[in-house]
Design a protein around this ligand. Structure first.
Ligand code: DLL
Length: 433
């Protein structure tokens, strides 16, 4: 049974990969210079000509692109092809500002689908599997991304989209889905619904899940694996670069292999903008060396990750990115201390608490106050008040020692916190920005 979708690339030698990357960068810079006035102006400003780019090492000569550049050129200003060559657009939800629009040619869709097909195979998926897609369909890239990846592999797609959880459970059971694709937070909701329906997950054929679109900790992985009786794999991507499948996990479950033949990754120090060595955490940056419609140059993702190149047990040679810790813009500053929501998740789950939590931040008398609400299990809920207080104190102490800042902890009734069908909202920050 093949374990790689495209072994020629996924297990390529570094020299072969470099040759592909250099050729891709040269073609891309020419495309940007000739067809995107924004990039022509940027290159002119630093006196850079397309012929100055000879190998992938010349990447560092190029300027960075940020989310604001996409917004300033809203909706189609950074596209490098005429509209008749586009076959699809997607858009980000725009919760943190104006939405950003991304476009694809037929070839772009083909490459993106291949990234998702690689991800499905890396998670143990095969042509004879049924792939249950519960990411949202529509302008969000999750649903259609995995959908076309599964089709490219030749698997049978079940395009459920997100929501209507009782129906999801029925389909998992009746259609005998083998692989579930959704956000990790929605996987938890589906897991709860399976339990409530009195179904033993061991009786379902489901073997694996491909979960991403939001940060999730190793403890969350174990929780989901236990709850659904499956192996849970991480998948990373962002609409600006393509969508899901920019990077994906293999059976080693120790970081995600980046499709570096299409999307060239770098890690930079977000303050100095200098590239950081392998293994160091910093801001992840991508250059779309294999894209026609929206060829972004050194796009700053704001995600915090690290790149590692050790030999992987799966035989893939593609560089791995570590699970993103979070985004620079999601990082909370509590009384001067940096806190990522994923650290809070790690602490709560390592104490064996339920995986449903919410972080609320407010400011009183010029002081930041962080309250972490955690749902109780049914058992703890029916226990003595003293036990509940003990559990609260245990979480409070663990948070203090891990984060280096104190938090209030409130254990709340089972099923009282909001559930998510897509990306979970884990933080409510009521401070005035
Ligand atoms: O979330 C694409 C996607 C869909 C990825 C389905 C994986 C699965 P956007 O809506 O543009 O695209 O959001 C991109 O989500 O910059 C990260 O901050 C976050 N993100 C995506 N995957 C992961 C992951 C899709 N595996 C933003 N771990 C990115 C942590 C992730 N964060």
């Amino acid at each position: 049974m093949p374990t790689h979708y495209n072994p020629e690339i996924e297990a390529a030698s570094p020299e072969y990969l470099r040759a592909i990357q250099s050729a891709g960068l040269i073609k891309m810079v020419r495309n940007c210079y000739d067809n995107v006035p924004f990039y022509k102006a940027q290159f002119d400003q630093i006196g850079l000509l397309p012929e100055d780019i000879k190998t992938i090492d010349d990447l560092k000569k190029l300027p960075f692109t940020g989310k604001q550049d996409l917004r300033d050129n809203y909706p189609f200003g950074l596209f490098a092809v005429p509209q008749e060559d586009l076959v699809r657009i997607h858009a980000s939800s725009g919760t943190t500002g104006k939405q950003t629009v991304v476009g694809y040619t037929k070839e772009d869709l083909d490459h993106w689908s291949e990234g998702c097909a690689r991800a499905i195979v890396a998670a143990g998926g095969r042509r004879d599997d049924k792939v249950h897609v519960s990411y949202g369909y529509g302008l969000f890239t999750g649903g259609l991304g995995l959908h076309y990846g599964a089709e490219k592999l030749g698997a049978l797609v079940i395009p459920v989209s997100s929501g209507n959880t009782a129906r999801q459970v029925q389909i998992l059971k009746d259609f005998e889905s083998d692989i579930l694709c959704c956000t990790p937070s929605y996987a938890l909701v589906i897991g709860e619904a399976i339990k409530q329906a009195g179904i033993d997950p061991a009786d379902l054929p489901l073997r694996a899940g491909i979960f991403g679109a939001e940060p999730w900790s190793e403890n969350m992985r174990r929780e989901i694996e236990k709850m659904l009786n499956i192996k849970a794999y991480d998948i990373y991507g962002l609409s600006e670069i393509a969508g899901p499948g920019v990077a994906y996990e293999c059976e080693a479950q120790s970081g995600m292999h980046v499709c570096e033949d299409y999307f060239y990754p770098e890690i930079i120090d977000p303050d100095t903008l200098e590239p950081l060595p392998d293994g160091e955490f910093g801001e992840l940056v991508f250059t779309c060396i294999g894209k026609e419609a929206l060829p972004l140059v050194r796009y700053r993702t704001r995600d915090i990750s690290a790149l590692t190149r050790e030999k992987c047990a799966c035989g893939r040679s593609l560089v791995k990115m570590q699970k993103p810790k979070g985004r620079t813009d999601d990082m909370l500053i509590i009384r001067g201390v940096n806190v990522f929501p994923s650290q809070v998740e790690h602490v709560i789950l390592s104490l064996g608490m339920e995986p449903n939590y919410l972080i609320e931040v407010e400011r009183a008398d010029n002081l930041d106050i962080m309250t972490v609400k955690v749902e109780m299990s049914e058992n703890l809920f029916s226990d003595e008040v003293r036990r509940i207080e003990e559990a609260e104190n245990k979480i409070k102490n663990a948070l203090q020692s891990t984060l280096g800042v104190s938090a209030k902890v409130r254990l709340v009734e089972p099923r009282s916190l909001p559930r998510s069908e897509g990306k979970a909202v884990r933080v409510i920050d009521k401070r005035q920005k």
